[in-house]
Ligand binder design. Structure first.
Ligand code: PEP
Ligand code: MG
Length: 580
């Protein structure tokens, strides 16, 4: 099909293929965020921008100093030189001569990034060409510091100009970006990179923003401010859509809304299979306000609160009162149903204050419980806030990224210590607050029977379990076809956790993205799962599938899939099962 441009020339529609990451269609104008360009040292600004550039430089420097200070507090076991380098960086960033030199350059109408480059380059020139090895190394260190400061400077302000109802096209986005874009009211997202189980995709789904990821060269192939349409069900984007195509997409959108309304009839109906097997259906939420969506679709509780998402917009850890307020609102709103509050799972693709911004392998790094146990001050604040919110006995505490039993025991000790402190102050809380762990590492799967006696429940996190089992980064589109939660190894792990839980009388639920997948409903129910937690946006669709499920058939499908060891066989079993 063809569309006619304003100049009267006829342009061809172009179909771009990507990976469907968040369902829904969108029609709108593109808002293209060009990837970072190499910053040149002479970018000019107008006089009216000088103050804001000075401010940007000051806050980025401050942020970096904070990050270095925290890193310094943790170097303990490392060679002395590591601490020395960090200290030297802090000294430079605080040095009045350095600060003044950058400020003076900015005041001559030069952008903050360029001023930083000019100032650092001037200093490095002396060291770089020296015959002395130590001085040459100094130049390399300064270069590294310059890059860190530039990264801190670049990290801001792509949001103001993104307009409502536009389709944002970017190389990659952060969870913080997604939250801001939701607030602006964009219609859809297209990125060049990312994985469907990455937190960007998860957030897009839970905030109901249609998204297509892994579209090669999207930022160069799609022009800014032009009409485009996208389809988050099929993973396609069309540039220069003809009037017919746009009309067809508008109709699709209207049908989507109609379908959602139809599903609304299921809210009051029970979540059970055709033959009466009860399947508890809970909601995953990322922000307190989403509890309303969960209530609206009739969730029987909140199966996962990703509390770390609540701190993205500010990046700093909130006070105990602020957290108590969040958790208390959640527990009161969902009462008498339970709310499962997972302690901050920062790290990996989720950044917050105190987390190093640069780890070579962040997913295998300083994440979740590892971070919290190294910052017991923050951990205790969160646990006390959760305990205080548990007074109505409908709160469950959940520990992320467990890979050894020591982490479980140390966390339980910390909870006990917090309880003693609350007792001493006469503060009410649930003395039997259930404590559970995420099963999302192969280590936790293998140890599940041993950990069971220490905890009240397991929550299977298939997103990370798939990533760690298959050694396939959940955020990397290049391995999107390897990252497959239906892989036989992952399915067998899920089954072994369900069995371990049942044998040890521990409750087990599943909150990973596989639960939303149409092909997984019968399979998981057939494996014996009795609690599923999914984003509110897909809960009713899942309920409709559960109500069409037959236990005998599900068990047969699960049995067959668990015996298969080849992906194609599993696909066929599930495909036939799903269609039949
Ligand atoms: C998971 O890993 O499956 C999970 C539910 O946790 P998250 O997606 O937040 O890592
Ligand atoms: Mg996880």
């Amino acid at each position: 099909m063809k569309s006619v441009s304003r100049t009267g020339t006829t342009q061809k529609e172009k179909l771009l293929k990507g990976i469907p990451s968040s369902p829904g269609t969108a029609v709108g104008k593109s808002f293209v965020i060009k990837p970072e360009k190499v910053v040149v040292p002479t970018v000019k600004i107008s006089e009216s921008e000088i103050d804001s550039e000075l401010e940007r430089f000051a806050s980025s420097t401050e942020e970096l100093i904070k990050e270095f200070d925290q890193a310094l507090g943790k170097v303990g076991q490392q060679p002395k030189e590591v601490g020395d380098i960090i200290s030297a960086n802090i000294i430079i960033l605080k040095d009045p001569f350095f600060i003044e030199s950058v400020q003076n350059i900015i005041k001559t109408s030069i952008a903050a990034e360029s001023a930083v480059i000019q100032s650092f380059d001037a200093q490095m020139k002396f060291f770089k060409h020296s015959n002395d090895r130590i001085l040459r190394e100094k130049a390399a260190e300064l270069d590294h510091l310059k890059e860190r400061l530039l990264a801190a400077l670049r990290n801001r302000n792509i949001f103001h100009s993104a307009c409502k109802d536009s389709i944002v096209v970017a190389n990659s986005l952060t969870p913080t970006d997604i939250v801001h874009f939701k607030e602006i009211g964009i219609a859809g997202l297209v990125t060049e990179v990312g994985g469907i189980a990455g937190h960007v995709s998860i957030l897009a789904r839970s905030l109901e923003i249609p998204a297509v990821i892994g579209v090669k060269n999207a930022t160069s192939g799609i022009k800014n401010g032009k009409n485009i349409v996208m389809n988050g069900f099929t993973g396609t984007v069309i540039t220069n859509p003809s009037d017919e195509t746009r009309l067809a997409y508008r109709k699709k959108k209207a049908d989507e809304i109609k379908y959602k309304r139809k599903l609304g009839k299921l809210v009051k109906l029970p979540s059970e299979t055709k033959d009466g097997k009860k399947i508890h259906l809970l909601a995953n939420i990322d922000f307190t306000r989403e509890v309303e969506n969960a209530v609206k679709v009739g969730a029987e509780g909140i199966g996962l609160v990703r509390t770390e998402h609540m701190i993205f917009p500010v990046k700093v850890f909130p006070s105990i009162e602020e957290q108590y307020d969040w958790y208390n609102k959640l527990s009161e709103r969902i009462y008498p149903h339970p709310v499962t509050i997972r302690v901050f799972d920062v790290g990996s693709d989720k950044y917050a204050e105190g987390i190093p911004k640069h780890e070579d392998n962040p997913a295998l790094g300083f994440r979740g419980i590892r971070f919290l146990l190294s910052r017991k001050d923050l951990f205790e604040i969160q646990v006390k806030a959760i305990l205080r919110a548990s007074k109505n006995k409908n709160v469950r505490l959940l520990l992320p990224m467990i890979s050894n039993i020591g982490e479980v025991l140390e966390s339980i000790d910390l909870v006990e210590k917090c309880k003693v402190e609350l007792d001493a102050k006469g503060i009410h809380y649930d003395h039997n607050l259930p404590i559970g762990i995420m099963i999302e590492t192969p280590a936790a799967v293998m140890l599940a029977p041993d950990i069971a006696c220490h905890v009240d429940y397991f929550s299977i996190g298939t997103n990370d379990l798939t990533q760690y089992t298959l050694a396939a980064d959940r955020t990397n589109e290049l391995v999107a076809d390897i990252f497959d939660p239906f892989h036989p190894a992952v399915l067998r792990m899920i089954k072994s956790v369900i069995d371990a839980a049942k044998a040890n009388n521990v409750k087990v639920g599943l909150c990973g993205e596989i639960a939303s997948h149409a092909a997984a409903t019968e399979l998981l129910i057939g494996m014996g799962i009795e609690e599923l937690s999914v984003p509110p946006s897909v809960l009713l669709e899942l309920k409709s599938r559960i109500r069409n499920t037959d236990m005998t058939r599900s068990k047969r499908i699960a049995g067959k899939a668990l015996n298969a060891f080849c992906m194609n066989d599993i696909r066929e079993i599930l495909h036939n099962g799903y269609k039949a």
